[in-house]
Design a protein around this ligand. Sequence first.
Ligand code: NAP
Length: 250
Amino acid sequence: MTSRTAIVTGAARGIGAATARRLAADGHAVAVLDLAEEQAVATAEAINAKGGKAVGVGADVADEAAAAAAVERVAAELGPPQILVNNAGILRDNLLFKMSAGDWDAVLNVHLRGAFLMSRAVQSSMVDAGWGRIVNLSSTSALGNRGQANYAAAKAGMQGLTKTLAIELGRFGITANAVAPGFIETEMTKATADRIGVPFADFLAHAAKEAPVGRVGQPEDVAAAVAYFCSEDAGFVSGQVLYVAGGPKA
Ligand code: NAP
């Protein structure tokens, strides 16, 4: 496999960290980008300790200047990026009547504005190379989910963004696809359990019972799907949404 430079956002932990580890194992040089540089560096160092090539970069993907500067830094340290995984995300769940405009803006900014800014910042190096892979993290919540008006809108938006990037960038050898996970065991789902006052073990057991495959997802399940879209083999697959949810969620 040809070695490329990859950027994974929100990669200090969870699905992003598993994706960074997987892309490094596939032979790519990986920029582990996250809000806190210290945590991003720790995840990158763990990849390097296992023989991979990674750097940690601190940046807020929703900040236009920070996103552009992060991409420039990655290009200088690892080479021009040809793989981008827009994974950074936050939750600010609440029922509509209690949801603040700030919580709406925060979620739309990180997921959607962040993916837009990062995609715009990397596209020129992909166009120059005549090859690129953009993978956006959507969610089964894109289909609608109680208490997640902001998150569902952002994750449905990720699908529209993905399809449009696929249409605009295809002629430059760039594909864009989305992975839409169901319930994955990470800090994000633990935070939801904490917020609603359910022990995480009970929350996991309930989600496992709901899933046709009888278990919850692990970050590596999602990383495997992302890695497929990033592969050479997937060059004729673009604008797609793959639900990784242990069952037919869509
Ligand atoms: P997670 O454990 O909470 O990790 C998200 C990471 O993104 C954190 O390290 C976080 O950093 C970082 N981040 C947040 N805001 C950022 C910003 N503005 N710029 C850069 N990095 C930022 O979440 P996860 O469960 O791995 O989820 C990863 C992605 O998958 C998200 O897009 C999520 O919506 C999606 N997803 C998750 C599930 C699930 O069940 N877990 C299901 C469907 C979709 P801080 O810790 O510093 O905030």
